[in-house]
Design a protein around this ligand. Structure first.
Ligand code: ADP
Ligand code: MG
Length: 261
């Protein structure tokens, strides 16, 4: 199944740039009214990289992630996805957004649809896939997250960890180039966290580009290629995860890590 055939052609001036980073954020500011939430964020995620983002509650992590796929509109600055500026009004936002999978803390499944229907819906609506093709892709992704037998289950019949794995399978069914995760395990009972992290670990090993807001420092250390520490709307420090965790350079990072590690 060819992904390119199911999409409209790119805007002629907006060809994807194969050497550009997967995600590049330049001088990003975001305010809500008078409240400055992001005050100058610059960073990038290379293809195949896993970048983990940590920081205190309220530091702007979710807002940053939401600006990356324009669920929030940046106040100023640029967000480039594979070289395409999604803050440019000319950009076909849906086209770019369809390359980005997003998984939230809450699982956001449609409670009145069974698991299979949850996975089929957006493939049909957004990608225009036939029911048969959509079901095949859905089944393959349910298998991938270890829930191949649960297609007929309703979300309420599943544990939180299973629901989150369904949400990941749903995002993967859109065959995205990259995945954004916003605290995907924070709402789960501790014994269910491991299965979800296991799926994310496999995705990373398969080369998926990932940006992960998380409090799971073990995951950040072992799976992350880069760790970003945010506080008060800025990146305080970033670097190799093991190095940042073992030897933070800034007082704010040290204070935060001393509270969570
Ligand atoms: P984090 O994910 O790091 O906990 P958020 O990005 O959710 O932080 O929030 C950062 C700040 O922005 C918080 O003070 C929050 O209250 C504020 N904020 C987030 N979204 C909105 C919104 N839609 N309207 C007003 N304030 C918001
Ligand atoms: Mg958040």
């Amino acid at each position: 199944m060819s992904r390119t055939n199911t999409h409209k052609p790119l805007h002629p001036t907006q060809e994807m740039d194969p050497v550009a980073p997967a995600i590049e954020v330049r001088g990003l500011h975001k305010s809500f009214g008078d409240k400055k939430v992001l005050t100058g964020i610059d960073f990038h995620v290379d293809h195949g990289q896993v970048v983990c983002v940590i920081g205190p509650s309220g530091s702007g992590k979710s807002t940053l992630l939401r600006c990356v796929n324009r669920l929030e509109e940046p106040t100023s600055g640029q967000v480039l996805i594979e070289g395409i500026d999604i803050t440019d009004p000319e950009t076909e936002l849906d086209r770019v957004r369809s390359r980005i999978g997003m998984v939230f803390q809450g699982f956001n499944l449609f409670s009145h649809l069974d698991v299979m229907e949850n996975l089929v819906l957006a493939q049909r609506k957004v990608l225009g896939r036939s029911k048969e093709d959509a079901r095949k892709v859905a089944q393959a992704n349910l298998d991938r997250v270890g829930l191949g037998e649960r297609g007929q289950a309703m979300p309420s019949q599943l544990s939180g960890g299973q629901q989150q794995r369904v949400a990941i399978a749903r995002a993967l069914s859109m065959e995205p180039d990259m995945m954004l995760f916003d605290e995907p395990t924070s709402a789960l009972d501790p014994e269910l966290v491991g299965d979800v992290l296991g799926v994310m670990r496999e995705l990373a090993a398969e080369g998926m580009t990932m940006m992960v807001v998380t409090h799971e420092m073990g995951f950040a250390r072992e799976v992350g290629d880069k760790l970003v520490f945010m506080a008060d709307g800025v990146i305080v420090e970033e670097g190799d995860p093991a190095t940042v965790l073992a030897d933070p350079q800034h007082k704010r990072t040290k204070d935060f890590l001393s509270r969570v590690l």
